[in-house]
Design a protein around this ligand. Sequence first.
Ligand code: PLP
Length: 392
Amino acid sequence: MDIKYFDNAATTRVKEEVLKEMLPYFCEQYGNPSSIYGIGREAKRAIEQARKRVSELVNCKPNEIYFTACGTESDNTALKGIAYENKGKGNHIITTKIEHPAILNTCETLSKQGFRITYLNVDKDGIIDLEQLKNSITDKTILISVMFANNEIGTIQPIQEIAKIAKMYNIVFHTDAVQACGNVPIDVQKMGIDMLSLSGHKLYGPKGIGALYVKTGIKFQKFLDGGHQERDRRAGTENVAGIVGLGKACELARINMSKHINHLTSLRDYYISQIEKRIPYAKLNGAREKRLPGNSDFSFRFVEGEAILLNLDLKGICASSGSACSTGSTLPSHVLVAIGLSKELAYSALRTTFGEENTKEDVDYLIENLVEIVDRLRKMSPEYSEFIEMKK
Ligand SMILES: *Cc1c(COP(=O)(O)O)cnc(C)c1O
């Protein structure tokens, strides 16, 4: 069966052009970038070209980019790196309730080490309150970390305003932009971002490669001890092919940005309008306007997201209930709880995240199947029958 893939927030398919640029670095140009002979120098050159390409996507200097093993490592490096570096100055970190586990669990670890963490609330759309942010700042605050865009509900935060507040109090501002990079324009200089995390596999690059932008002048403790790679900021022989792939993915993302945004936005808006027209008691989760181009997340009352997923899978459709990272856990999504959903509505959520290769026909196939599945599952639900009886 042909796969219809609507889970681009979990990961994306590597672009053919990206793979093609990576391949020579496995069996031909396999030198260690630290070696001085030809194939080592070629690997080094390829890394520096990739660094330039990544820097151009977010508008920073190439030497402000550090390659890491994944988005998770970038987040860990930013939070722990700043926390340990500034221990003498303060022990307070501000973040939000709807961050990715790469941030939340890092904060959890830091809190056990004596750091105090403030988790900002979000409103029903998933947006933080700038007043609460300001009121949370103390003279011990050393870091503010707020995600650019949420991986479950797609909500985009007022990044520029947050950066302004951080700057006013001379606090480092980090943003987890793993979902946003490649999907919305990012300019770290214009937006006032001090540190930013991104990841290859969320923007049509390979898995197992990430990058961290750190503004010149900001000091952070390194995460790994070892060799002097990445200007002594990240030890370990470079993942040359992965870095090349990330670089190419960033270049393509920059060149195709407006086309990409238009395509995804039109698929998303078509899907949302069709669902709202054809499925009763469907609730859109997250902000309607300030939302990632490809993200849609609905709660289908009276049915479980997991049950919808299994039925979609039988039709060759890939989607998600909550985020991939929380699958296997029996708790409702912390993001959906934070925007005020009941447990029941949180369990009934279905996330569909569109990507470059999706067509309107694909989305129609998804909609037709979803209409049928939700209707069928609801007819099996005693709560639904009761609800319909009561309405009569
Ligand atoms: C996927 C994701 C991460 C983790 O990136 P990996 O490269 O998979 O480690 C971090 N933050 C957000 C918002 C993500 O969506």
